[in-house]
Design a protein around this ligand. Structure first.
Ligand SMILES: CC(=O)N[C@H]1[C@@H](OP(=O)(O)O)O[C@H](CO)[C@@H](O)[C@@H]1O
Ligand SMILES: [Mg+2]
Length: 487
């Protein structure tokens, strides 16, 4: 998948999908690193040959690469280069065109399960839309048609895909598409989209006046694998419903269905979060079901969620999905309910299993999932938001000389290096009511991230900037260039 996701338009990159339609196995990342670091074509060919040999790849076997891109202007030339590569190694290519990352994941799984008992659906975009919208219709059959949902498409590939989804949904669910300017240079992810909403905790300026108080809205990112919900209250105050709020809503609903269906002794539902999950969400969830905290990065969450019968995972930034284990999927097919209530709950679970794109986080599949739960619970954004109150929080980036000197343990919640720094953070945290803070090196940017929470906003900000200051000073930051907001 040629995309740089939520990042600025001028960036680009690739996401690799494995043959099951899931994220590339971590053990293969090292190969990708070696190949992308090759300096010349000759070096590249040499590394490729070594890789073929070491991984014992039989080149005489047929192979196929399915690829797609987002709407970035650099996409076509990168796809052309990819096609040259596919031709050079004698593989067959299948161009899935301009589409979302989750649709590409869907296609790969659909192609590789075609004609088997695990068939994931027809291997086409039509197959994807049909699968999702049929399941959605069944799940909301007896419910009222919701008010139109405003979707901020981040001026990216979410726009044409949401337009097609709207056609499949028809009158059953009206969508209003905003930020659909895919041909406007520089517009992609610019002051809009899921990452903007999460990091600035604000309404995208382009939506001012477009959203009525009480109306629900959501933002997707540049490749439509992240989803953030929000609404304005009657005082036009902005309220954000992030990945943690989605987890809470969805996990509670699934737990209820499992219980009503009579399967609660056989199906255990669990949640996976990272240290960035709001402390209030972790508290709320832990009082109700098993919650595991893992390192940042979707691959870690996905992997941990596979250990539950039904695993719900979302990063706070809105990337996530729900996984039904193979035995759970089988159980849903063979279980004999004994009451009408059990039977209805079972049908809902079966339809959720179809509605949810389980290969990877999928903004549109997740959006339909959220809407199903809200319809069943007769919740507006306000009621959903009131399940728990977010602790005020602040995320700060610190530029350091060498972020590799920062090493963590305990799912990244504690620093073990630089030595002594964690103690200093602990001393600061202790001074703040409801305080929590952790520091980790980013895996995607050359920075160290500081996260802080406290019971009031000013305190969360102060704690974050104090910790950032300590991190900066302790890692040899130049006093002359010390950011002035650091305390
Ligand atoms: C705090 C934060 O949002 N971190 C993001 C960010 O990772 P970093 O390792 O923090 O740079 O990008 C990842 C990939 O998109 C995403 O999985 C993760 O949640
Ligand atoms: Mg993305």
């Amino acid at each position: 998948m040629v995309t740089a996701s939520h990042n600025p338009e001028q960036d680009n990159g690739v996401k690799l999908v494995d043959p099951r339609g899931e994220m590339l196995d971590t053990s293969w990342e090292a190969h990708a690193t070696v190949l992308s670091n090759a300096q010349t074509t000759d070096d590249f060919i040499q590394e490729l040959q070594k890789f073929v040999q070491n991984a014992k790849i039989d080149l005489s076997k047929p192979s196929r690469v399915v690829y797609a891109r987002d709407t970035r202007p650099s996409g076509p030339s990168l796809v052309a280069a990819l096609e040259d590569g596919i031709r050079a190694v004698g593989a067959e290519g299948r161009n899935a065109g301009v589409t979302t990352t989750p649709i590409l994941h869907y296609l790969v799984r659909a192609i590789n399960t075609k004609g088997t008992k695990d068939s994931y659906g027809d291997d086409s975009e039509e197959g994807y839309f049909t699968k999702l919208t049929e399941a959605y219709r069944k799940l909301v059959a007896t419910r009222q048609t919701p008010l139109p949902l405003l979707i901020d498409c981040a001026n990216g590939v979410g726009a044409p895909i949401a337009a097609r989804l709207a056609e499949y949904l028809g009158d059953s669910f009206p969508l209003v598409l905003e930020n659909t300017a895919i041909d406007t240079p520089g517009a992609l992810n610019n002051s809009c989209g899921a990452d903007y909403v999460k990091t600035s905790q604000k309404l995208p300026p382009s939506l001012a006046g477009r959203l009525q108080p009480g109306q629900r809205a959501c933002s997707v990112d540049g490749d439509a694998d992240r989803l953030m919900y929000f609404y304005l209250d009657e005082r036009s105050q902005f309220h954000m419903l992030d990945g943690d709020k989605i987890t809470t809503l969805v996990a509670s609903f699934i737990v209820e269905l499992v219980k009503t269906s009579g399967l609660d002794s056989q199906i255990k539902v669990g949640v996976v979060q990272t240290a960035y999950a709001n402390g209030a969400s972790t508290k709320y969830l832990s009082e109700r079901l098993p919650v595991k905290c893992v390192s940042t990065g979707v691959k870690h969450l996905h992997h941990a969620a596979e250990n539950y019968n039904i695993g719900v995972y979302f990063e706070a930034n809105g990337h996530g999905t729900v996984l039904f284990s193979p035995t759970t999927q089988e159980l849903l097919q063979t279980y004999e309910p004994s009451t009408p209530a059990q039977s209805t709950a079972l049908e809902h679970l079966q339809n959720l299993n179809q509605l949810i794109n389980q290969t990877v986080g999928d903004a549109f599949s997740d959006m339909l999932l959220v809407e199903v739960v809200l319809a069943h619970k007769r919740f507006s954004g306000v009621e959903w938001d009131s399940l728990y109150v977010d602790l005020p929080n602040r995320l700060v980036k610190v530029v350091v000389a060498d972020r590799n000197q920062f090493k963590t343990e305990n799912a990244e919640r504690q620093l073990v290096s630089p030595l002594g720094l964690q103690q200093k953070i602990n001393d600061l945290v202790r001074r703040f009511d409801g305080g929590r803070s952790f520091v980790r090196p980013s895996g995607t940017e050359d920075v160290v991230r500081v996260y802080a929470e406290a019971s009031i906003k000013a305190q969360a900000d102060e704690l974050a900037f104090r910790v950032a200051g300590v991190v900066y000073d302790e890692s040899g930051g130049n006093p002359a260039t010390r950011p002035k907001e650091f305390i």
